[in-house]
Design a binder for this molecule. Structure first.
Ligand code: BJ8
Length: 430
């Protein structure tokens, strides 16, 4: 990926020199972390290809879609219903970023003690490094955490194309009413920007596409319950990250093909690590691409990540919406209802998330849970206390980690993770 896309990147207004530097760093990191893994499923070749072309061929596709009159909608949160975007023939792209890039530029606008995810999406934009932001016709934000909410004001000042959904913070009747009206408002905004009405036929079609995508992701998650694990946590994380960028129909087809291969592995007892390898569930703040730090540390220390209670993970696909609606009104209600089942720490109370973590740990036969919060991510950092309490009831070993996107604490994290794996091993002997 380079010369042949240069003109496209230039026309998108990217900073070509800095962008080349970023691609080189990413390619090295990918080689070192991903391509060095042993016994990967054949089906991962597709996802390797997607990553190798994430700023290349995928952007060419978006340019082509735009020529056909389609719009690109950038999002930052699971609460933005993908079905509505597809129902206006739009393309939905996740814009969260997981690399320590453009920090200096971001800190001209944001306080230093802002979470790395927010700094990264601002940094990518400000440093001219994100072809997805530049391709977006509308950027859809949401009032989840305070950091994002306020950063969107600045992002709108810079780009002039940010629309914000107002999120309830409680799942009360009032909260549900507010959310329903916000789903309707978004539908109207998407119609305005795209010039396309949402029809029952279009909505039904869009719901089916996202339903199938979620079902494929559920399939992958269920396969990870096997021991030996048929796929590494790193690869599963990558697939979840790619789900926010790729064409949803192609993604579903390729993921189902991979799951067929994993089915065979499970039948034949083939895994990426020996049976009996310590198994870890991760829970907490989302890990946007290319944030592979914690998974790489864990799997490089002799344990296996078997699940992510995260928005880049289980929260994205755990619940399905009822696709049997017979009017647009009912369809929008189904969408609103389904999305409010997502258990984000921005809600209070958030008991559902605690149950989800406990249940996932049991279902995936995890020997321990690592709670992962980005530094300055107050909702997840504070909720970690309740997660610990819930896991203690079941005597599940628990480790709490707060980190950012830098590599400075790698050594310290590795030491803590290794010590935690020893604790888990002691528990496994009992
Ligand atoms: S539904 S988790 S995607 S809001 S890490 S920016 S919370 S300070 S991303 Fe999220 Fe939607 Fe919730 Fe999911 Fe703020 Fe925390 Fe930063 Fe975060």
């Amino acid at each position: 990926m380079s010369e042949k896309y240069m003109e496209m990147w230039r026309s998108l207004g990217l900073n070509l020199e800095a962008h080349q530097g970023l691609l080189a760093v990413l390619s090295d990191a990918y080689q070192g972390i991903y391509l060095s893994q042993k016994n990967r499923p054949e089906g991962m070749k597709y996802f390797d290809f997607v990553i190798s072309e994430v700023h290349g061929l995928r952007i060419v596709e978006l340019v082509e879609e735009k020529k056909k009159g389609k719009q690109i909608f950038g999002t930052f949160c699971l609460y933005v219903p993908e079905e509505l975007i597809l129902a206006v023939d739009g393309v939905s792209i996740g814009l969260c970023a997981g690399a320590d890039v453009g920090t200096e530029e971001a800190e001209k606008y944001l306080p230093r003690n802002t979470c790395a995810l927010i700094k990264a999406f601002m940094g990518f934009k400000l440093a001219g490094l994100c072809p997805y932001v530049e391709s977006s016709d509308l950027i859809i934000g949401e009032t989840t955490c305070d950091g994002k909410k306020k950063a969107y004001e600045i992002l709108n000042e810079i780009t002039g194309k940010v629309y914000v959904m107002e999120m309830p913070h409680m799942k009360s009747d009032e909260g549900k009413r507010l959310w329903m009206s916000e789903v309707k408002n978004l539908a109207a905004k998407l119609t305005e920007v795209s010039g396309k009405e949402i029809t029952l036929e279009k909505l039904t079609e869009a719901v089916a596409v996202v339903w199938e995508k979620r079902r494929a992701l559920q399939r992958l998650s269920a396969l990870r319950a096997s021991d030996p694990a048929p796929i590494s946590g790193l690869d599963a994380l990558l697939i979840n990250q790619v789900s926010f960028y790729d064409d949803p129909i192609r993604f579903t087809r390729m993921l189902n093909a991979l799951c067929d291969e994993l089915d065979e592995r499970v039948k034949n007892g083939v895994g990426v690590a020996p049976k009996g390898t310590p198994r870890i569930l991760i829970s907490g703040s989302p890990m946007a691409i290319p944030n592979w730090k914690l998974h790489a540390i864990i799997e490089g220390s002799g344990a296996m990540v078997v699940g992510e209670e995260s928005c880049v993970g289980e929260r994205n696909f755990k619940s399905q919406l009822d696709p049997h609606f017979t009017s647009i009104k009912q369809g929008l209600e189904s969408i609103a209802e389904r999305y409010l089942t997502i258990n984000c720490a921005c809600f209070t109370p958030n008991e559902g998330r605690l149950d989800d973590i406990r249940d996932m740990a049991a279902r995936l036969h995890a020997h321990g849970v690592i709670h992962y919060a980005l530094q300055f991510c107050t909702p997840y950092m504070v909720e970690a206390y309740k997660v610990k309490q819930r896991l203690e009831e079941k005597e599940v070993p628990y480790l709490r980690i707060e980190t950012d996107y830098s590599m400075e604490d790698m050594g310290q994290l590795k030491t803590r993770v290794e010590a935690f794996i020893e604790v888990m091993k002691d528990g496994m002997k009992k």
